[in-house]
Design a protein around this ligand. Structure first.
Ligand code: SAM
Length: 352
């Protein structure tokens, strides 16, 4: 049994049941509820085989746990490390350090996790613009960097004497040139404003009551994803939780059903939850027991509700398109392939 040593942590974070607004779906499990979820987690202080680790949440320090995970056992790593900011994580914290110190920290954790990847594995690393400069350089040295994705993060306070920070970077890298990339699984359904016709018939798009749509190839600029809001069932009180839709893109593109997805900084469990919803195995490490508890709660909820907000019928939808998703999905299913061949993207069709 893992004892709930997070009671003080929880109190500091004021997560112990407070009265919430009726539409507030934030997960903030009470201490009493928490123990049964914590019992599902494991600690890892000796070498272990993958059978024992599959679909588990490891409570503890990444630097202590990672050496006990078998090498070349992971297909995909999604890492969302603490950015180089002073940030409180419900009792734990991260303090801003010099650029050199942050670079040393980045090298240290990457050296722990990269050997866990299979030869055809991939890694995504999330960062803010400033941390990106360091993480990108380190990755360039020790991996094959394939791309830098910029996510237009639609939330955050305005700065008084600077531009509001509205983006995050996600570095995408592989170990070799033999890697998984499932382009067809990450297309975005977009409204077509000036559609192209051949012989009077729609070319690679469909007409529907709510408009004309085409499934487009995703670029390295992601503008269709919000951070989790309190009205969303996936929301927890974690201060830097990523949204399921964001993580789903990485998992669908860079792993196959049955593969193993690993998150070394699991937080509230988003990577494990999405991996489970998409039929992948998962493993994550998180040092804060309270976050491990929320992870297990979310994993349980995923059994009841495996949906991912914004990802419906095998395509990603733009923001604020819920009503369109309901009305157009069936019409799309009735049509033959409406996906565009990606090489025709440039100039062949006009859209937003
Ligand atoms: C940026 S957050 C990850 C958030 C996560 N992507 C989510 O959706 O909730 C980073 C997390 O790493 C955890 N962490 C930091 N250092 C760690 C370490 N050495 N070992 C394990 N977890 C660590 C923090 O507690 C924090 O929850």
């Amino acid at each position: 049994m893992i004892l709930l040593d997070s009671i003080d942590i929880a109190r500091k974070g004021e997560t112990v049941s407070k009265k919430k607004a009726p539409r507030n779906k934030t997960i903030d499990i009470s201490i009493e509820e928490g123990q049964s979820y914590l019992d599902k987690c494991i600690r890892l202080d000796q070498p272990s085989d993958m059978d024992h680790l599959l679909d588990k949440t490891i409570i503890g320090d990444l630097f202590e746990a990672a050496p006990h995970i078998p090498e070349k056992s992971i297909d995909l790593i999604i890492a969302d490390p603490p950015y180089n900011l002073t940030k409180a994580f419900h009792g734990n914290g991260f303090s801003k350090r010099s650029k050199d110190q942050y670079e040393a920290y980045t090298r240290k954790w990457l050296e722990q996790v990269l050997p866990l990847l299979k030869d055809n594995g991939s890694i995504y690393v999330c960062c803010d613009w400033e941390t990106s400069l360091t993480i990108g350089n380190v990755l360039m040295e020790i991996t094959k960097v394939k791309n830098r994705i910029t996510w237009q993060r639609e939330k955050g306070r305005g700065a008084k004497a600077n531009w509001k920070n509205g983006l995050e970077d996600i570095w995408y890298a592989t170990i070799s040139n033999n890697y998984t990339f499932n382009l067809e699984d990450v297309k975005i359904r977009k409204k077509v404003i000036a559609p192209y016709r051949v012989d009077g018939k729609p070319k690679d798009w469909v007409e529907s009551e709510t408009g004309n749509y085409r499934d487009t190839c995703p670029s390295n600029f992601w503008s269709d994803i919000t951070i989790p809001f309190w009205s969303m069932p996936e929301n927890t009180a974690h201060p830097t939780q990523k949204s399921e839709k964001l993580i789903a893109k990485m998992i669908l593109a860079s792993s196959n059903p049955g593969d193993v997805v690993f998150d070394p900084f699991l937080g509230s469990g988003t990577t494990s939850v999405v991996a489970k919803k998409l039929g992948r195995h998962y493993l994550g490490v998180e040092e804060n027991p309270l976050y491990c508890l929320w992870t297990e709660k979310r994993l349980e909820m995923a059994e009841e509700d495996p949906t991912i907000q914004g990802y419906v019928d095998g395509v990603f939808w733009e923001r604020n398109s819920l009503s369109e998703q309901k009305t157009t999905t069936n019409q799309h299913q009735e049509k033959a392939d409406l996906s565009d061949p990606c090489q025709l993207e440039i100039g062949a069709f006009e859209e937003d």
